[in-house]
Write a protein that binds this ligand. Sequence first.
Ligand code: OGA
Ligand code: ZN
Ligand code: ZN
Length: 406
Amino acid sequence: MNVLKRFQSVKQFIKTHNINDVTKRSTHHVISIDIDGEHLKFPHVWLRDNCQCEQCFHTSARSRIIDYSNFNIDSKPKAVVKGANSVQITWDDGHTSNFKLDWLKLRSFTAESQNKYTDFIYRPKRTSWHGKEFLKICGIHDYNKIVQSDEALYEWLYDVSVYGVALIQNTPNKENAIDNIIARVGFSKQTHYGVKFTVQNVANTSNVAYLSSNLQMHTDLPYYEYCPGVNMLHCLVQTKSEGGENLLSDCHYTAQYMKENYPEEYEILTNIEVEWSDIGVEDGNEFFKLYRSPVICLDSNKEVTRINCSIPQRGNHFPGLLNVVVPWYKAHKLFFDLNQEFAAKFKTKEGDILVFDNIRLLHGRNKYEDKPNNTRKLIGGYVDWDEIYSRLRCLKVKLFPNSGIL
Ligand code: OGA
Ligand code: ZN
Ligand code: ZN
């Protein structure tokens, strides 16, 4: 969401919560500091809270250690002395704070500065896409380069965060090849299907993905509250005959399309919780997972945060009122059909790792033949978004040492 929109929603919040008086008074409690020709305003309380001296901030832990039980939210500056590169503030209780001007500028409260910080440091802005643009938006990356080079690692993770999908090629044909990629990011996300999982045709399976039939478009493991963020599927063996293609659709595109063209159905899918479920045994371990959540999850800015969708893993208990059941099914069917219409079709080859955002895209697989001389085998693994964004930020600090991020 762009910052101006975010500012609008903050204004709306202030209006609806009738806290205008409080916010009006607060605008006086600021210091104006001229930095590079701009008059930048910083609230007293924020400056005092973010004092960087050794009493207030632990350098090696990079953490605030201010004694909050004695913290005065009404601290006032007694003196403000600006130097060439820094500003010194003496507070009414005698405490002194020093701030570098560059440091303050990066943290300033203007829309432009907040925008820059959000896109450069917090999370890259996403670009949504229709399936017909897939070949254009799906970045191709090289296994060895990602393992060896920070730039290549950064570029791959950046693509996954912006487009929600990227392809890694030239992966060694080994069951544990994906481990090196996951280790470059951080840690894998373990689930009841294991640290990694094998996707191949299995009789008496614990999951319908482990069949050779058509696997309808879905997100993996919607029944986890802490659902895996990113899915990696390493193709070890691809079927030599027709079938086995993956379908991929960007639900951020679909959600926006529904919001504009089918607002009522969109509202239903963002509000009505349904129950996601997985019950069974894997590797001798029993599980009984349930989680209630809408199909389209939004944050307080009405931005999509997570998509849940899986025909087999939606439970048969509907945790809602009788009168919402039929409208929910209509909205859900529309969402499913639109995703199929907007999907890209792509067949991975041996050596490919298909990487995609599991809480943004729907993915599926066409049916394929499974015979002794024509099989298909993938190795899958998950990594959470926390690890990916963290690695991206660490790489930014390393690759852009003069950006003043820290
Ligand atoms: C899965 C899955 C895709 C495939 O295992 O959940 O989506 O290509 N597999 O087999
Ligand atoms: Zn201090
Ligand atoms: Zn899946």
